[in-house]
Write a protein that binds this ligand. Structure first.
Ligand code: ZN
Length: 353
């Protein structure tokens, strides 16, 4: 990955954007794509769509969701502790003791997720993951009024982690899921060779995927694409003790993952495999028997149906503050998506006949 792409990836991953609070991420996305897109539009949901070759046929939609999981302040106790709700799916076993950032109108406020210490837990409490409603965020004040002067009900919260390099091309971050997808669709849009492009390509950073694929649904309706690709993370099954039969033999560093199954138009899947082979892009194939839990699901069943594909990049420890990825997979995913767009022509009949 070149330095400019890595810089964009780092900035978009580190920008806060829990579902419904994506504005800071979208500012990063918008500023980046303005340099090479023919048009950049933000819709009423907050999703940002950047297009090239306006008026071209067919209409190709690329979707990477820019939201991340997080928390939301629900109430403040008399002693100034913040009780919170979950935005998206969390593993409660890992959230105690995490450093968090409360994103307030007046800027970030640092906090820690609290629970009574292990020594004080009794019986069953020791074995089970805590309920989210039994945890709190401690921002270091002693009174409700002190907390309320800093934080408002409804403020969103993220883990405080920033992206960090591990060894080689491996990085850890709190929200590769799915800022990396928003990065890939932007980067693919930039990399497309205009001389080879027939279609109009719209790369969308979608909102609210983590709470029900909500932004992709409205964007797909508005854009009305003939063909679409969603880009998201998928589970790498190369961690100790992984049962490959549950997901497949998916590895970090072995290239982007092309999904196959009911959620995927078979001709889109075949074309992805074909362009990967032609361009020498490494790839893996994942079998998904039903609907995927990604934007591809919402896009495929929009209007009268959209020929939809899913390109993923493997991640370990999804939905934790330490998601691990190999950025070579992200880079190759952008190449694959760009090559796919160049290969799409107006005369392709996407019906599976
Ligand atoms: Zn997710």
């Amino acid at each position: 990955m070149d330095a400019a792409t890595l810089d964009f990836l780092t900035r978009i991953v580190d920008a806060p954007g829990p579902s419904g609070y994506e504005q800071p991420v979208m500012r990063v996305f918008r500023n980046h794509v303005e340099a090479f897109a023919d048009s950049v539009e933000t819709d009423v949901m907050g999703s940002v769509a950047a297009s090239r070759n306006l008026g071209g046929s067919p209409r190709i939609m690329l979707a990477g969701h820019a939201d991340e999981i997080g928390f939301q302040v629900r109430s403040i106790s008399d002693t100034g502790m913040l009780y919170f709700g979950m935005i998206g799916g969390h593993d409660n076993a890992i959230i105690v003791g995490q450093r968090v950032t409360v994103h307030t109108a007046n800027g970030p406020v640092a906090g820690v997720i609290g629970r009574k210490a292990i020594h004080l837990l009794e019986g069953d409490e020791r074995e089970k993951a805590p309920k989210g409603s039994s945890l709190w965020i401690d921002i270091g004040v002693g009174k409700k009024e002190e907390a309320a002067a800093l934080v408002s009900i409804g403020d969103c919260v993220t883990y405080a982690e920033s992206m960090v390099r591990l060894q080689g091309a491996c990085y850890a971050a709190r929200s590769f899921d799915d800022k990396m997808g928003a990065c890939v669709v932007a980067e693919a849009l930039r990399r497309i060779d205009a001389a080879k492009l027939q279609g109009c390509v719209t790369a969308v950073a979608t909102v609210q995927e983590e709470i029900g694929l909500r932004g992709a649904r409205t964007s797909a309706y508005g854009i009305d694409p003939n063909v679409a690709l969603a880009v998201d993370v998928c589970h790498a099954m190369d961690f100790p003790g992984a049962d490959k039969n549950t997901v497949g033999d998916i590895k970090l560093g072995a290239g982007p993952v092309i999904a196959r199954g009911a959620n995927i138009n078979p001709k889109v899947c075949s074309l992805l495999v074909q362009v990967a082979r032609e361009r020498g892009i490494p790839y893996q194939v994942k079998a998904v028997p039903g609907g995927t839990g990604t934007d591809a699901n919402a896009i495929q069943v929009n209007r009268a149906g959209v020929a939809t594909g899913l390109v993923s990049a493997p991640v370990r420890y999804m939905h934790t503050p330490g998601e691990v990825m190999d950025i070579a997979d992200i880079d190759a995913a952008a190449d694959l998506v760009a090559a796919f767009c160049e290969a799409v022509t107006a005369d392709i009949d996407w019906r599976p006949i």
